[in-house]
Design a protein around this ligand. Structure first.
Ligand SMILES: *Cc1c(COP(=O)(O)O)cnc(C)c1O
Length: 371
């Protein structure tokens, strides 16, 4: 069967089983469980929940490994750090990783005596920093710069040195890229973004093919309490069946938008892995099924970027990405990323491509008219 078909049915009951296709969210903090607790499948809501189990089964299908659901992408990332690193270890992070990952490294990891090395994603520069490291953390494409690295190549370089590899797969999603198949030890993802795609929840997960790490991650979740709510998980599962349809359309429109922007002489530095001029294009083509739902570009100055955002009528100004509604923001308003004042991160939604492109064209026109 095709992968898209498997995703539509992932984690659902078998077609031969009577009852709902997907059971509703199970709201229970505790379960009737007399006597020896080990005799009961369900005892307490922080340990397990059938709604999580169905969702994790679905994620396992997508990732090709065991999945463990967390309350957010950052909770998932913290769990990977927590089960793989201890005092004296070295972790290699992308210098251009998602901002909060670097923040956790420079605060918590530093405070527990883990040494952090930073190297850029571009050009596989992290390869030169692996020697002696316990964990290599990769992000590809990066958020928000959309730089790409060769996951398989970096995994090979890490494996020969006994270094574990975690891939933050948020931007691509498991639909477009499967790091476990490329040899990674862990996949980490914020499911807040394109994976669930409706801008209505915060969730994350880790996936691994290593049974001992899977157990350690579940234990971490139980003890640290970074558990997802059943309602969020059920909404996420409900959204998953449309992942192939949503993301295919978003990627197709993102390519059109990137082509349009790249053809304009008044915009510098259009970043999209689907553009042949992108330095990671060939690698992205090899390791991704399509090039993603986000396009970044530079409007040069803060006033021009703000004028552009203010002139959009269909596309909302909001943070995050991957959802069915197109959004855009001036990334420098947050601080923390090495982006210029006019840098825009544009998340392409599921609206008709023509409407998105015409909104962008009009807003660019408005932004070029000087007051
Ligand atoms: C959003 C994001 C995260 C954090 O996920 P949350 O669900 O917001 O906790 C981690 N990594 C990347 C690349 C992200 O974009």
């Amino acid at each position: 069967m095709h992968r898209d078909t498997l995703i539509v049915h992932a984690g659902y009951r078998k077609s031969t089983e009577p009852g709902p296709f997907l059971s509703g969210p199970q709201f229970s903090s505790t379960y009737t469980a007399p006597g020896d607790p080990s005799r009961h499948a369900l005892t307490y809501g922080r340990f397990h929940n059938p709604t999580w189990t169905a969702w994790e089964d679905a994620l396992g299908v997508l990732e090709g490994g065991q999945a463990i659901a967390f309350a957010s992408g950052m909770a998932a990332a913290a769990a990977v750090f927590g089960v793989s690193l201890c005092r004296g270890d070295i972790v290699v992070l992308p210098a251009d990783s998602y901002y909060a990952i670097r923040k956790v490294a420079s605060t918590w990891l530093d405070s527990i005596g883990v040494q952090v090395r930073l190297a850029p994603t571009r050009g596989n520069a992290q390869a030169a920093a692996i020697e002696g490291a316990r964990l290599l953390w990769i992000e590809s494409p990066t958020n928000p710069m959309l730089d790409v690295c060769d996951i398989h190549g970096l995994v090979d370089a890490a494996r020969t040195r006994g270094t574990l590899v975690a891939v933050d797969n948020t931007t691509a999603t498991a639909y477009l890229q499967q790091p476990l198949a490329l040899g990674a030890t862990f996949v980490v993802a914020s499911d807040t973004k394109a994976l669930t795609g409706h801008s209505d929840l915060i969730l994350g997960h880790v996936a691994t093919t290593d049974g001992r790490f899977a157990d350690a991650l579940r234990t971490w979740r139980t003890h640290h309490g970074a558990i997802p709510g059943p309602m969020e998980v059920w909404l996420a599962h409900r959204s998953l069946a449309t992942l192939p349809v949503r993301v295919s359309r978003q990627c197709a429109t993102a390519q059109q938008l990137a082509d349009l922007l790249a053809s304009r002489s008044d915009i510098s530095a259009v970043r999209y892995p689907g553009l042949p001029a992108h330095p990671g294009h060939a690698v992205a083509k090899r390791q991704m099924q399509a090039f993603g739902t986000v396009v970044s570009f530079d409007l040069g100055t803060r006033p021009r970027a703000e004028a552009f955002l203010g002139a959009l009528t269909l596309v909302r100004e909001a943070t995050s990405f991957g959802g069915v509604h197109s959004i855009a923001e001036r990334r420098a308003r947050w601080g923390g990323d090495a982006v210029s004042e006019g840098f825009i991160r544009f998340s392409v939604g599921c609206e008709t491509a023509e409407d998105i492109l015409s909104d962008v064209t009009h807003a660019l026109q408005a932004a070029s008219v000087r007051p």
